[in-house]
Design a protein around this ligand. Structure first.
Ligand code: NAP
Length: 320
């Protein structure tokens, strides 16, 4: 099978296309034929060995994908060959024509959801639900700022929040991103590249501040975020790529909560709840991943460059 095979950590050029044997499932494993693969910023951090990531090489990257069950191990009962599924990680890596998975990494993909959309579910929607619902405990009628709404997690957050009945303020750094965010029914859209956008957000709340911030670039914004929070407001740190200085007094002034989150920390019972909620949202068509572009697997290096550049507009998909 075709697969990306990383033999040393480094720049995008270490993503090499190889011909590898199709893996055989163990009794508790499922072999999935992959139709679409989702590209995430974390794939680039791992490939480069950033942020404390130290993967064992050689390896095949990737967490997100969708496809069809090809074969199941002898002790797998509830999953059958031919079923359409999306993956939440895998045993062997998703940048490939086939991947081995455990049962808890396989989730049904409704017929009306395309494989490309299915490859945009796991990291984006589980992160969005975890941050907004399980960490911030967001409620209907609260005001949310999605700080960085044009990317995959931002769009997922927007869709979940609108369905919950929140008022959503959202930012993007390009005109195309802002148009996309508007089309996703954000109530008001600002430009996070404009330093005046923090004042615009305060104005949009009549000076009261926002109840929840889902923050995609904490190392750029956290200090100012603390100044636009409503009393007892919460900032969820979803994305962060460096350090930043804050004045803790800003947090004191509004009884703020700064909440970290990592997908890696979700407990199995919490993840089960999240996939159940996502499954319901997919079936009712309230949740629908937005695809920015599709490219062949051999262009994985280009996809890794693109996902780290400004100008996000949804999910980048690789096709094996
Ligand atoms: P993505 O699709 O590449 O989107 C990145 C988003 O960040 C875009 O909306 C981008 O907007 C926005 N952004 C850029 N500069 C910004 C700024 N100064 N202020 C606010 N937003 C800004 O990535 P993603 O998949 O949505 O992930 C978003 C972030 O969360 C990434 O850093 C990722 O590593 C992280 N993440 C963390 C977890 C976790 O477990 N904690 C899980 C998933 C993702 P423009 O391009 O329009 O400027």
């Amino acid at each position: 099978m075709k697969a990306i095979w990383v033999t040393e950590l480094g720049g995008p050029e270490v993503l090499q296309l190889e011909d590898l044997p199709v893996p055989e499932p163990q009794p508790d494993e499922i072999l999935v034929r992959i139709e679409a693969i989702g590209v995430n910023p974390v794939d680039t951090y791992i490939r480069a060995g950033y942020q404390g990531y130290d993967p064992k090489v050689p390896y095949t990257p990737g967490f997100d994908a969708a496809g069809v069950v090809e074969k199941t191990g002898a002790s797998v009962l509830g999953i059958h060959a031919g079923e359409r599924v999306y993956l939440s990680g895998s045993v062997t890596g998703t940048y490939a024509e086939y991947a081995l998975c455990k049962e808890n990494q396989i989730h049904p993909l409704p017929d009306h959801v395309s494989f490309a959309e299915g490859a945009g579910i796991y990291v984006a929607y589980v992160t969005a639900y975890r941050g907004l619902i399980q960490r911030a405990e967001a409620r209907p009628a609260q005001t949310l700022l999605v700080h960085g709404a044009s990317g995959a997690v931002g769009i997922a957050t927007l869709q979940i929040a609108r369905n919950l009945g929140m008022r959503v303020l959202a930012t993007a750094g390009t005109e195309a991103g802002r148009q996309l965010v508007k089309s996703q029914r954000a109530d008001q859209v600002m430009d996070h590249a404009d330093p005046g956008h923090f004042d615009q957000i305060l104005d949009a709340t009549d000076g009261l501040g926002v109840d929840v911030i889902m923050e995609m670039m904490a190392h750029v914004n956290l200090d100012n975020d603390l100044r636009i929070l409503a009393p007892q407001g919460k900032v969820v740190i979803v994305g962060n790529r460096d350090s930043i200085e804050i004045n803790p007094r800003d947090a004191m002034a509004c009884d703020a909560a700064i909440l970290g989150m990592s997908l890696m920390n979700i407990r199995p019972e919490e993840e089960k709840e999240i996939h159940a909620a996502i499954g319901a949202g997919l079936c009712s068509r309230v949740l629908k991943p937005v695809i920015r572009c599709e490219m062949p697997l051999e262009r994985a290096a280009e996809a890794h460059r693109l996902v780290m550049e400004p100008g996000a507009c949804g999910k980048i998909i690789l096709k094996p």
